[in-house]
Design a protein around this ligand. Sequence first.
Ligand SMILES: [Zn+2]
Length: 576
Amino acid sequence: MVKLFSVNVNNFQLESITQFMQIKIIYALSVIIFIYSISILAQSTPENKNLNNKKYFISNNQKQFDILHYDLKLDLLPENKTLNGLATITACFNPGVYNNKTFELKPELELNLYDNLEVNSVKMDKQKAEYSRNKNRIFIQTDKYLADTFKVEIEYKGTPKRGGFDGFVFGEVKGNSLIYNISEPNFASTWFPCDDDPSDKALLDIEITNDSQYVSVSNGYLENVEVTGEKKTYHYKTVYPISTYLVSVYSAEYRTFFDVYEGLDRNDSMKIEYYVMPEHFEQAKVDFADHIDMMETLSKIFGEYPFIKEKYGVAEFLWNYGAMENQTITGIGYAFVGGNDFFKDTYVHELAHHWWGNSVGPKTWNDIWLNEGFATYSEALYAEAKHGKDALKSKMQSKFSASFRGTLYAPKDLFGETIYDKGAWVLHMLRDEIGDSSFFKSLHKYYELYKYSNASVEDFKAVCENVSGINLDKFFDQWVYTGSDNIFCSYDFSCSEEENQKECVVNIFQEPQDYEEFHFPLEIEFQFDDGTSAEKKVLVNDTNEKFEFKFDKDVETIVLDPDSKLLATFEKSYSH
Ligand SMILES: [Zn+2]
Protein backbone atom coordinates (compact mmCIF):
# COMPACT_ATOMS: atom_id res chain seq x y z
CA MET A 1 0.00 0.00 0.00
CA VAL A 2 1.13 3.54 -0.62
CA LYS A 3 -0.48 6.49 1.10
CA LEU A 4 0.47 9.42 -1.12
CA PHE A 5 -1.63 12.05 0.57
CA SER A 6 -3.26 12.47 3.90
CA VAL A 7 -5.58 15.17 2.56
CA ASN A 8 -8.78 14.74 0.61
CA VAL A 9 -8.01 15.04 -3.07
CA ASN A 10 -11.31 13.78 -4.40
CA ASN A 11 -13.05 15.46 -7.31
CA PHE A 12 -10.11 17.11 -8.94
CA GLN A 13 -7.33 16.03 -11.17
CA LEU A 14 -3.63 16.58 -11.15
CA GLU A 15 -3.51 18.34 -14.48
CA SER A 16 -0.71 20.77 -13.95
CA ILE A 17 2.63 21.00 -12.23
CA THR A 18 1.25 23.89 -10.13
CA GLN A 19 -1.52 21.78 -8.71
CA PHE A 20 0.92 18.99 -8.10
CA MET A 21 3.32 21.27 -6.25
CA GLN A 22 0.48 22.66 -4.13
CA ILE A 23 -0.41 19.16 -3.12
CA LYS A 24 3.24 18.35 -2.40
CA ILE A 25 3.34 21.32 -0.02
CA ILE A 26 0.15 20.21 1.73
CA TYR A 27 1.60 16.73 1.88
CA ALA A 28 4.87 18.01 3.37
CA LEU A 29 2.92 19.92 6.03
CA SER A 30 0.85 16.86 6.84
CA VAL A 31 4.02 14.79 7.13
CA ILE A 32 5.43 17.32 9.59
CA ILE A 33 2.24 17.14 11.67
CA PHE A 34 2.30 13.38 11.37
CA ILE A 35 5.93 13.10 12.51
CA TYR A 36 5.20 15.43 15.41
CA SER A 37 2.22 13.34 16.47
CA ILE A 38 4.04 10.01 16.25
CA SER A 39 6.99 11.42 18.14
CA ILE A 40 4.63 12.00 21.04
CA LEU A 41 2.51 8.90 20.75
CA ALA A 42 4.44 6.10 19.20
CA GLN A 43 6.92 4.93 21.76
CA SER A 44 6.94 1.18 21.21
CA THR A 45 6.40 -0.52 24.53
CA PRO A 46 5.41 -4.09 25.43
CA GLU A 47 1.92 -2.73 26.19
CA ASN A 48 1.65 -1.35 22.65
CA LYS A 49 2.73 -4.69 21.23
CA ASN A 50 -0.04 -6.42 23.20
CA LEU A 51 -2.59 -3.88 22.03
CA ASN A 52 -1.47 -4.46 18.49
CA ASN A 53 -1.92 -8.19 18.89
CA LYS A 54 -5.37 -7.72 20.36
CA LYS A 55 -6.49 -5.43 17.56
CA TYR A 56 -5.71 -8.06 14.92
CA PHE A 57 -6.79 -10.92 17.12
CA ILE A 58 -7.52 -14.31 15.58
CA SER A 59 -9.07 -16.70 18.10
CA ASN A 60 -7.67 -20.11 18.96
CA ASN A 61 -10.86 -21.63 17.63
CA GLN A 62 -10.17 -20.03 14.23
CA LYS A 63 -6.61 -21.33 14.18
CA GLN A 64 -7.73 -24.96 14.34
CA PHE A 65 -9.12 -24.70 10.78
CA ASP A 66 -7.27 -24.13 7.57
CA ILE A 67 -9.30 -22.62 4.74
CA LEU A 68 -8.37 -24.15 1.40
CA HIS A 69 -10.71 -22.46 -1.03
CA TYR A 70 -13.19 -19.58 -1.26
CA ASP A 71 -15.89 -19.66 -3.91
CA LEU A 72 -17.56 -16.23 -3.87
CA LYS A 73 -20.58 -15.31 -5.94
CA LEU A 74 -21.39 -11.61 -5.65
CA ASP A 75 -24.34 -9.84 -7.25
CA LEU A 76 -23.68 -6.12 -7.15
CA LEU A 77 -26.64 -3.76 -7.00
CA PRO A 78 -25.09 -0.29 -7.33
CA GLU A 79 -28.43 1.55 -7.38
CA ASN A 80 -29.22 0.22 -3.86
CA LYS A 81 -25.56 0.10 -2.78
CA THR A 82 -26.05 -3.51 -1.70
CA LEU A 83 -24.76 -6.91 -2.66
CA ASN A 84 -26.09 -10.44 -2.53
CA GLY A 85 -23.39 -12.95 -1.69
CA LEU A 86 -22.96 -16.69 -1.65
CA ALA A 87 -19.71 -17.90 -0.12
CA THR A 88 -18.77 -21.56 -0.33
CA ILE A 89 -15.75 -22.20 1.82
CA THR A 90 -13.77 -25.44 1.74
CA ALA A 91 -11.73 -26.00 4.88
CA CYS A 92 -10.02 -28.68 6.93
CA PHE A 93 -8.42 -29.06 10.30
CA ASN A 94 -5.12 -27.30 10.65
CA PRO A 95 -3.08 -30.49 11.14
CA GLY A 96 -0.10 -28.79 12.81
CA VAL A 97 -2.23 -27.15 15.45
CA TYR A 98 -4.39 -30.24 15.93
CA ASN A 99 -1.44 -32.62 16.30
CA ASN A 100 0.17 -30.35 18.85
CA LYS A 101 -3.11 -30.38 20.78
CA THR A 102 -2.65 -26.66 21.29
CA PHE A 103 -6.35 -25.96 21.51
CA GLU A 104 -9.44 -27.56 22.94
CA LEU A 105 -11.54 -28.63 19.97
CA LYS A 106 -15.02 -27.12 19.80
CA PRO A 107 -17.74 -28.46 17.49
CA GLU A 108 -17.95 -24.99 16.02
CA LEU A 109 -16.54 -23.22 12.98
CA GLU A 110 -15.71 -19.60 13.70
CA LEU A 111 -15.35 -17.09 10.87
CA ASN A 112 -15.03 -13.32 10.62
CA LEU A 113 -18.11 -11.59 9.20
CA TYR A 114 -19.42 -8.16 10.18
CA ASP A 115 -22.99 -8.17 11.45
CA ASN A 116 -24.23 -5.44 9.08
CA LEU A 117 -24.46 -8.23 6.51
CA GLU A 118 -27.61 -10.23 6.96
CA VAL A 119 -27.14 -14.00 6.78
CA ASN A 120 -29.99 -15.85 5.02
CA SER A 121 -28.80 -19.41 5.42
CA VAL A 122 -25.85 -21.50 6.45
CA LYS A 123 -25.17 -25.05 5.30
CA MET A 124 -22.45 -27.39 6.47
CA ASP A 125 -21.75 -30.14 3.94
CA LYS A 126 -25.12 -29.33 2.32
CA GLN A 127 -27.04 -29.72 5.61
CA LYS A 128 -28.71 -26.71 7.21
CA ALA A 129 -26.57 -25.57 10.14
CA GLU A 130 -27.36 -23.45 13.20
CA TYR A 131 -25.27 -20.38 13.82
CA SER A 132 -24.89 -17.43 16.12
CA ARG A 133 -23.24 -14.05 15.56
CA ASN A 134 -21.59 -11.19 17.29
CA LYS A 135 -20.23 -7.88 16.00
CA ASN A 136 -17.66 -9.28 13.57
CA ARG A 137 -17.86 -13.05 13.88
CA ILE A 138 -20.15 -15.91 12.95
CA PHE A 139 -20.12 -19.18 14.92
CA ILE A 140 -21.46 -22.15 12.99
CA GLN A 141 -22.60 -25.11 15.06
CA THR A 142 -22.11 -28.58 13.79
CA ASP A 143 -23.29 -31.77 15.41
CA LYS A 144 -20.96 -33.97 13.51
CA TYR A 145 -17.31 -34.17 14.26
CA LEU A 146 -15.48 -31.87 11.89
CA ALA A 147 -12.93 -34.14 10.34
CA ASP A 148 -11.14 -34.16 7.03
CA THR A 149 -12.31 -31.58 4.50
CA PHE A 150 -15.71 -29.93 4.74
CA LYS A 151 -17.68 -27.26 2.92
CA VAL A 152 -19.67 -24.46 4.46
CA GLU A 153 -22.09 -22.37 2.39
CA ILE A 154 -23.17 -18.95 3.62
CA GLU A 155 -25.80 -16.93 1.80
CA TYR A 156 -25.84 -13.28 2.81
CA LYS A 157 -26.81 -9.79 1.69
CA GLY A 158 -26.59 -6.14 2.66
CA THR A 159 -24.41 -3.07 2.46
CA PRO A 160 -20.84 -3.74 3.60
CA LYS A 161 -19.77 -1.74 6.62
CA ARG A 162 -17.08 0.84 5.85
CA GLY A 163 -13.92 0.10 7.80
CA GLY A 164 -10.17 0.56 7.83
CA PHE A 165 -8.94 2.68 4.92
CA ASP A 166 -12.26 2.42 3.07
CA GLY A 167 -13.60 -1.15 3.07
CA PHE A 168 -16.02 -2.09 0.30
CA VAL A 169 -17.33 0.98 -1.52
CA PHE A 170 -20.20 1.61 -3.92
CA GLY A 171 -18.56 4.75 -5.25
CA GLU A 172 -19.40 7.25 -7.92
CA VAL A 173 -17.23 9.48 -10.08
CA LYS A 174 -18.70 12.11 -12.41
CA GLY A 175 -22.07 10.41 -12.04
CA ASN A 176 -20.71 6.98 -12.94
CA SER A 177 -20.65 3.99 -10.62
CA LEU A 178 -17.25 2.62 -9.57
CA ILE A 179 -17.31 -0.25 -7.08
CA TYR A 180 -14.08 -1.26 -5.34
CA ASN A 181 -12.63 -2.34 -2.04
CA ILE A 182 -9.55 -1.80 0.07
CA SER A 183 -9.50 -4.37 2.86
CA GLU A 184 -6.04 -4.21 4.43
CA PRO A 185 -5.44 -5.20 7.16
CA ASN A 186 -8.53 -7.10 8.31
CA PHE A 187 -11.63 -5.68 6.65
CA ALA A 188 -12.28 -8.39 4.03
CA SER A 189 -14.82 -9.66 6.55
CA THR A 190 -16.88 -6.51 5.98
CA TRP A 191 -17.92 -8.07 2.66
CA PHE A 192 -17.39 -11.82 2.77
CA PRO A 193 -17.17 -14.46 5.50
CA CYS A 194 -13.57 -15.56 5.97
CA ASP A 195 -10.71 -16.30 8.27
CA ASP A 196 -9.44 -12.73 8.05
CA ASP A 197 -5.87 -13.67 8.89
CA PRO A 198 -3.03 -13.00 6.39
CA SER A 199 -1.44 -16.37 7.09
CA ASP A 200 -4.51 -18.43 6.17
CA LYS A 201 -4.09 -18.28 2.40
CA ALA A 202 -6.53 -20.08 0.13
CA LEU A 203 -7.39 -20.49 -3.53
CA LEU A 204 -10.16 -18.31 -4.89
CA ASP A 205 -12.98 -18.47 -7.41
CA ILE A 206 -14.93 -15.23 -7.62
CA GLU A 207 -17.92 -14.50 -9.82
CA ILE A 208 -18.94 -10.86 -9.98
CA THR A 209 -22.31 -10.00 -11.50
CA ASN A 210 -23.27 -6.44 -12.37
CA ASP A 211 -25.36 -4.66 -15.02
CA SER A 212 -23.95 -5.53 -18.44
CA GLN A 213 -22.39 -2.12 -19.18
CA TYR A 214 -19.90 -2.65 -16.35
CA VAL A 215 -16.53 -4.37 -16.65
CA SER A 216 -15.64 -6.31 -13.49
CA VAL A 217 -12.16 -7.45 -12.56
CA SER A 218 -10.66 -9.39 -9.69
CA ASN A 219 -7.65 -11.52 -8.71
CA GLY A 220 -6.19 -14.30 -10.84
CA TYR A 221 -7.10 -15.03 -14.44
CA LEU A 222 -10.40 -14.56 -16.24
CA GLU A 223 -12.07 -17.96 -16.53
CA ASN A 224 -15.13 -16.76 -18.45
CA VAL A 225 -17.70 -14.03 -18.96
CA GLU A 226 -21.39 -14.86 -19.10
CA VAL A 227 -24.23 -12.59 -20.17
CA THR A 228 -27.67 -13.32 -18.74
CA GLY A 229 -30.29 -10.82 -19.88
CA GLU A 230 -29.18 -7.39 -18.66
CA LYS A 231 -26.47 -8.81 -16.42
CA LYS A 232 -22.87 -9.80 -17.01
CA THR A 233 -20.88 -12.18 -14.80
CA TYR A 234 -17.08 -12.20 -14.72
CA HIS A 235 -15.55 -15.37 -13.27
CA TYR A 236 -11.98 -14.98 -12.01
CA LYS A 237 -9.91 -17.84 -10.67
CA THR A 238 -6.52 -18.12 -8.96
CA VAL A 239 -3.92 -20.83 -9.36
CA TYR A 240 -1.86 -19.33 -6.53
CA PRO A 241 -3.14 -18.89 -2.96
CA ILE A 242 -4.23 -15.47 -1.70
CA SER A 243 -4.67 -13.78 1.68
CA THR A 244 -8.14 -12.38 2.38
CA TYR A 245 -6.97 -8.75 2.62
CA LEU A 246 -5.82 -8.94 -1.02
CA VAL A 247 -9.10 -10.29 -2.42
CA SER A 248 -10.57 -7.55 -4.57
CA VAL A 249 -13.52 -6.44 -6.64
CA TYR A 250 -13.49 -3.59 -9.14
CA SER A 251 -16.53 -2.89 -11.31
CA ALA A 252 -17.08 0.18 -13.49
CA GLU A 253 -17.50 1.27 -17.09
CA TYR A 254 -13.80 0.73 -17.58
CA ARG A 255 -11.93 1.05 -20.83
CA THR A 256 -9.07 -1.40 -21.02
CA PHE A 257 -5.74 -1.86 -22.74
CA PHE A 258 -2.83 -4.19 -22.11
CA ASP A 259 0.84 -5.02 -22.56
CA VAL A 260 2.44 -8.45 -22.87
CA TYR A 261 5.28 -9.51 -20.56
CA GLU A 262 7.38 -12.31 -22.02
CA GLY A 263 8.87 -13.76 -18.83
CA LEU A 264 12.57 -14.00 -17.95
CA ASP A 265 13.07 -17.31 -19.75
CA ARG A 266 10.82 -16.22 -22.64
CA ASN A 267 8.73 -19.39 -22.17
CA ASP A 268 5.83 -17.87 -20.26
CA SER A 269 4.02 -14.84 -21.48
CA MET A 270 1.44 -12.93 -19.52
CA LYS A 271 -0.81 -9.93 -19.97
CA ILE A 272 -0.40 -6.73 -17.99
CA GLU A 273 -3.93 -5.33 -18.06
CA TYR A 274 -5.09 -1.77 -17.38
CA TYR A 275 -8.63 -0.78 -16.35
CA VAL A 276 -9.29 2.94 -16.49
CA MET A 277 -12.22 5.32 -16.51
CA PRO A 278 -12.94 6.42 -20.11
CA GLU A 279 -11.97 10.05 -19.41
CA HIS A 280 -8.46 8.91 -18.37
CA PHE A 281 -7.73 6.58 -21.26
CA GLU A 282 -5.00 8.73 -22.87
CA GLN A 283 -3.45 9.84 -19.57
CA ALA A 284 -3.30 6.26 -18.32
CA LYS A 285 -1.31 5.23 -21.40
CA VAL A 286 1.36 7.74 -20.36
CA ASP A 287 1.29 6.91 -16.64
CA PHE A 288 1.27 3.11 -17.02
CA ALA A 289 3.83 2.96 -19.85
CA ASP A 290 6.77 1.58 -17.84
CA HIS A 291 5.13 -1.54 -16.45
CA ILE A 292 6.90 -4.02 -18.72
CA ASP A 293 10.24 -2.48 -17.83
CA MET A 294 9.38 -2.57 -14.11
CA MET A 295 8.26 -6.18 -14.39
CA GLU A 296 11.49 -7.21 -16.17
CA THR A 297 13.71 -5.23 -13.81
CA LEU A 298 12.16 -6.52 -10.58
CA SER A 299 12.07 -10.10 -11.91
CA LYS A 300 15.79 -9.88 -12.65
CA ILE A 301 16.53 -8.61 -9.13
CA PHE A 302 14.25 -10.93 -7.11
CA GLY A 303 13.38 -13.90 -9.36
CA GLU A 304 10.51 -14.37 -11.83
CA TYR A 305 7.22 -12.52 -11.17
CA PRO A 306 5.30 -14.85 -8.84
CA PHE A 307 1.90 -14.78 -10.57
CA ILE A 308 3.02 -15.39 -14.13
CA LYS A 309 0.28 -17.97 -14.81
CA GLU A 310 -2.35 -15.38 -13.89
CA LYS A 311 -1.71 -11.75 -14.82
CA TYR A 312 -0.70 -8.36 -13.50
CA GLY A 313 -3.16 -5.53 -13.66
CA VAL A 314 -3.76 -1.95 -12.59
CA ALA A 315 -7.29 -0.63 -12.08
CA GLU A 316 -8.48 2.83 -11.17
CA PHE A 317 -10.40 3.03 -7.92
CA LEU A 318 -11.61 5.85 -5.71
CA TRP A 319 -9.33 5.54 -2.72
CA ASN A 320 -8.31 9.14 -2.23
CA TYR A 321 -4.98 8.51 -0.63
CA GLY A 322 -2.90 6.35 -2.96
CA ALA A 323 -2.62 2.80 -4.20
CA MET A 324 -3.14 -0.76 -3.00
CA GLU A 325 -1.40 -3.94 -4.14
CA ASN A 326 -4.47 -6.20 -4.43
CA GLN A 327 -3.04 -9.48 -5.72
CA THR A 328 -2.56 -9.33 -9.52
CA ILE A 329 -4.75 -6.21 -9.75
CA THR A 330 -3.30 -3.12 -8.07
CA GLY A 331 -5.71 -0.28 -7.35
CA ILE A 332 -4.59 3.29 -8.14
CA GLY A 333 -6.54 6.31 -6.95
CA TYR A 334 -8.54 8.16 -9.63
CA ALA A 335 -6.91 11.45 -8.61
CA PHE A 336 -3.44 10.14 -9.44
CA VAL A 337 -3.97 9.26 -13.09
CA GLY A 338 -3.16 12.52 -14.84
CA GLY A 339 -0.86 11.68 -17.77
CA ASN A 340 2.10 13.33 -16.04
CA ASP A 341 4.03 10.22 -15.06
CA PHE A 342 4.36 11.60 -11.52
CA PHE A 343 3.90 8.39 -9.57
CA LYS A 344 6.41 5.91 -11.00
CA ASP A 345 7.69 5.02 -7.52
CA THR A 346 4.15 4.13 -6.52
CA TYR A 347 3.76 1.72 -9.45
CA VAL A 348 7.13 0.13 -8.65
CA HIS A 349 6.12 -0.13 -5.00
CA GLU A 350 2.79 -1.86 -5.71
CA LEU A 351 4.36 -4.22 -8.23
CA ALA A 352 7.17 -5.06 -5.76
CA HIS A 353 4.52 -6.05 -3.19
CA HIS A 354 3.70 -8.95 -5.48
CA TRP A 355 6.97 -10.53 -4.29
CA TRP A 356 6.95 -8.96 -0.82
CA GLY A 357 3.57 -9.16 0.88
CA ASN A 358 1.50 -11.00 -1.72
CA SER A 359 3.63 -13.99 -2.68
CA VAL A 360 5.71 -14.04 0.51
CA GLY A 361 2.97 -12.96 2.91
CA PRO A 362 3.38 -11.81 6.51
CA LYS A 363 2.75 -14.46 9.17
CA THR A 364 1.08 -11.87 11.39
CA TRP A 365 0.59 -8.11 11.20
CA ASN A 366 3.55 -7.76 13.55
CA ASP A 367 5.65 -8.68 10.49
CA ILE A 368 4.35 -5.75 8.36
CA TRP A 369 7.95 -4.55 7.77
CA LEU A 370 8.35 -7.54 5.43
CA ASN A 371 5.64 -5.94 3.25
CA GLU A 372 6.14 -2.20 3.42
CA GLY A 373 9.87 -1.88 4.14
CA PHE A 374 10.63 -4.29 1.31
CA ALA A 375 8.30 -2.60 -1.22
CA THR A 376 9.76 0.80 -0.31
CA TYR A 377 13.36 -0.42 -0.67
CA SER A 378 12.37 -1.92 -4.04
CA GLU A 379 11.74 1.65 -5.28
CA ALA A 380 15.41 2.38 -4.54
CA LEU A 381 16.58 -0.92 -6.09
CA TYR A 382 14.64 -0.10 -9.26
CA ALA A 383 16.25 3.36 -9.39
CA GLU A 384 19.67 1.76 -8.91
CA ALA A 385 19.03 -0.79 -11.68
CA LYS A 386 17.99 1.95 -14.11
CA HIS A 387 20.37 4.78 -13.18
CA GLY A 388 23.17 3.43 -10.98
CA LYS A 389 24.58 4.00 -7.51
CA ASP A 390 23.96 7.76 -7.39
CA ALA A 391 20.25 7.17 -8.00
CA LEU A 392 20.20 4.61 -5.18
CA LYS A 393 21.91 7.09 -2.87
CA SER A 394 19.60 9.97 -3.69
CA LYS A 395 16.50 7.74 -3.39
CA MET A 396 17.64 6.63 0.07
CA GLN A 397 18.41 10.21 1.09
CA SER A 398 14.86 11.16 0.09
CA LYS A 399 13.63 8.55 2.59
CA PHE A 400 15.96 9.65 5.39
CA SER A 401 14.61 11.10 8.59
CA ALA A 402 16.43 11.88 11.80
CA SER A 403 13.19 11.41 13.71
CA PHE A 404 11.92 7.91 13.01
CA ARG A 405 10.23 6.60 16.12
CA GLY A 406 9.07 3.13 17.02
CA THR A 407 10.15 -0.39 16.22
CA LEU A 408 9.71 -2.12 12.88
CA TYR A 409 8.44 -5.25 14.60
CA ALA A 410 4.90 -5.04 16.01
CA PRO A 411 4.57 -1.31 15.29
CA LYS A 412 1.81 0.76 16.82
CA ASP A 413 0.93 2.18 13.40
CA LEU A 414 1.06 -0.55 10.74
CA PHE A 415 1.24 2.00 7.93
CA GLY A 416 3.33 4.78 9.49
CA GLU A 417 6.42 6.38 7.97
CA THR A 418 8.65 4.29 10.22
CA ILE A 419 7.52 1.03 8.59
CA TYR A 420 8.01 2.37 5.07
CA ASP A 421 11.09 4.57 5.19
CA LYS A 422 12.97 3.30 8.23
CA GLY A 423 11.97 -0.13 6.91
CA ALA A 424 13.75 0.59 3.61
CA TRP A 425 16.76 2.01 5.42
CA VAL A 426 17.15 -1.09 7.59
CA LEU A 427 17.31 -3.26 4.46
CA HIS A 428 19.85 -0.84 3.00
CA MET A 429 21.99 -1.17 6.14
CA LEU A 430 21.56 -4.95 6.20
CA ARG A 431 22.92 -4.98 2.64
CA ASP A 432 26.01 -3.12 3.86
CA GLU A 433 26.34 -5.35 6.93
CA ILE A 434 26.38 -8.68 5.03
CA GLY A 435 27.58 -7.46 1.61
CA ASP A 436 25.82 -7.19 -1.75
CA SER A 437 26.35 -10.80 -2.73
CA SER A 438 24.91 -12.29 0.50
CA PHE A 439 22.11 -9.71 0.57
CA PHE A 440 20.78 -10.53 -2.90
CA LYS A 441 21.33 -14.28 -2.38
CA SER A 442 19.32 -13.98 0.84
CA LEU A 443 16.46 -12.21 -0.94
CA HIS A 444 16.37 -14.95 -3.60
CA LYS A 445 16.50 -17.75 -1.04
CA TYR A 446 13.86 -16.11 1.18
CA TYR A 447 11.59 -15.73 -1.87
CA GLU A 448 12.14 -19.32 -2.99
CA LEU A 449 11.50 -20.70 0.51
CA TYR A 450 8.37 -18.71 1.34
CA LYS A 451 6.64 -17.84 -1.93
CA TYR A 452 2.90 -18.62 -1.93
CA SER A 453 3.23 -18.91 1.84
CA ASN A 454 3.95 -16.70 4.84
CA ALA A 455 7.08 -15.65 6.68
CA SER A 456 7.96 -13.91 9.92
CA VAL A 457 10.78 -11.46 10.61
CA GLU A 458 12.53 -14.34 12.37
CA ASP A 459 12.29 -16.47 9.20
CA PHE A 460 13.89 -13.68 7.15
CA LYS A 461 16.65 -13.22 9.75
CA ALA A 462 17.38 -16.97 9.71
CA VAL A 463 17.79 -16.95 5.90
CA CYS A 464 20.18 -13.96 6.03
CA GLU A 465 22.25 -15.60 8.78
CA ASN A 466 22.32 -18.88 6.93
CA VAL A 467 23.45 -17.31 3.64
CA SER A 468 25.97 -14.86 5.11
CA GLY A 469 27.27 -16.96 8.01
CA ILE A 470 27.00 -13.80 10.16
CA ASN A 471 25.13 -13.70 13.47
CA LEU A 472 22.55 -10.93 13.13
CA ASP A 473 21.09 -10.96 16.67
CA LYS A 474 22.43 -7.51 17.47
CA PHE A 475 21.48 -6.03 14.07
CA PHE A 476 17.87 -7.20 14.33
CA ASP A 477 17.62 -6.20 17.98
CA GLN A 478 18.80 -2.63 17.38
CA TRP A 479 17.00 -2.06 14.09
CA VAL A 480 13.89 -4.25 14.14
CA TYR A 481 12.80 -5.64 17.51
CA THR A 482 13.89 -3.21 20.24
CA GLY A 483 15.62 -0.15 18.81
CA SER A 484 13.13 2.62 18.17
CA ASP A 485 15.32 5.44 16.93
CA ASN A 486 18.42 6.25 14.86
CA ILE A 487 22.11 6.37 15.72
CA PHE A 488 23.15 9.72 17.19
CA CYS A 489 26.90 10.28 17.61
CA SER A 490 29.27 13.08 18.27
CA TYR A 491 32.91 12.75 17.23
CA ASP A 492 36.23 14.50 17.33
CA PHE A 493 39.53 13.99 15.59
CA SER A 494 43.04 15.22 16.06
CA CYS A 495 46.33 14.63 14.31
CA SER A 496 49.91 14.80 15.51
CA GLU A 497 53.25 14.30 13.81
CA GLU A 498 55.46 11.39 14.86
CA GLU A 499 58.65 10.56 12.91
CA ASN A 500 57.42 12.02 9.61
CA GLN A 501 54.09 10.22 9.99
CA LYS A 502 50.76 11.85 10.78
CA GLU A 503 48.94 10.03 13.55
CA CYS A 504 45.22 10.69 13.57
CA VAL A 505 42.82 9.77 16.35
CA VAL A 506 39.07 9.65 15.80
CA ASN A 507 36.81 9.41 18.85
CA ILE A 508 33.17 8.38 18.41
CA PHE A 509 30.69 8.97 21.22
CA GLN A 510 27.19 7.51 21.03
CA GLU A 511 24.58 9.83 22.48
CA PRO A 512 21.72 7.42 23.28
CA GLN A 513 18.23 8.81 22.73
CA ASP A 514 16.33 5.63 23.46
CA TYR A 515 18.37 2.59 22.39
CA GLU A 516 21.52 2.39 24.49
CA GLU A 517 24.23 1.02 22.21
CA PHE A 518 24.27 0.45 18.45
CA HIS A 519 26.89 -1.73 16.76
CA PHE A 520 27.64 -0.74 13.17
CA PRO A 521 30.27 -0.63 10.45
CA LEU A 522 31.41 2.92 9.78
CA GLU A 523 33.30 4.35 6.85
CA ILE A 524 35.55 7.35 7.53
CA GLU A 525 36.80 9.49 4.68
CA PHE A 526 40.08 11.33 5.29
CA GLN A 527 40.57 14.36 3.08
CA PHE A 528 44.20 15.40 2.68
CA ASP A 529 45.66 18.81 2.08
CA ASP A 530 46.87 17.80 -1.41
CA GLY A 531 43.24 17.31 -2.53
CA THR A 532 43.29 13.49 -2.36
CA SER A 533 41.31 11.32 0.05
CA ALA A 534 41.26 7.81 1.57
CA GLU A 535 38.48 5.74 3.06
CA LYS A 536 38.81 3.48 6.12
CA LYS A 537 36.19 1.17 7.54
CA VAL A 538 35.86 0.51 11.29
CA LEU A 539 33.42 -1.37 13.47
CA VAL A 540 31.74 0.59 16.23
CA ASN A 541 30.87 -1.82 19.03
CA ASP A 542 30.80 0.42 22.08
CA THR A 543 29.31 3.74 23.16
CA ASN A 544 32.80 5.28 23.22
CA GLU A 545 35.30 4.18 20.59
CA LYS A 546 38.78 5.40 19.73
CA PHE A 547 40.35 4.65 16.34
CA GLU A 548 43.92 5.46 15.32
CA PHE A 549 45.28 5.87 11.80
CA LYS A 550 48.67 6.70 10.29
CA PHE A 551 49.20 8.67 7.10
CA ASP A 552 52.16 10.23 5.37
CA LYS A 553 50.39 13.48 4.58
CA ASP A 554 48.34 16.11 6.37
CA VAL A 555 44.67 15.42 7.03
CA GLU A 556 42.53 18.46 6.48
CA THR A 557 39.18 17.04 7.53
CA ILE A 558 37.21 13.83 7.93
CA VAL A 559 33.70 12.84 6.83
CA LEU A 560 31.87 10.08 8.66
CA ASP A 561 29.62 7.79 6.60
CA PRO A 562 30.44 9.69 3.35
CA ASP A 563 28.15 7.51 1.23
CA SER A 564 25.18 7.89 3.61
CA LYS A 565 24.89 4.17 4.32
CA LEU A 566 23.65 4.57 7.90
CA LEU A 567 20.51 5.77 9.57
CA ALA A 568 22.69 8.01 11.65
CA THR A 569 23.49 11.58 12.57
CA PHE A 570 27.13 12.53 13.28
CA GLU A 571 27.96 15.86 14.85
CA LYS A 572 31.43 17.21 15.34
CA SER A 573 32.06 17.87 19.00
CA TYR A 574 34.64 19.86 20.90
CA SER A 575 33.33 19.05 24.36
CA HIS A 576 34.55 15.48 24.87
ZN1 LIG B 1 3.01 -0.70 0.31
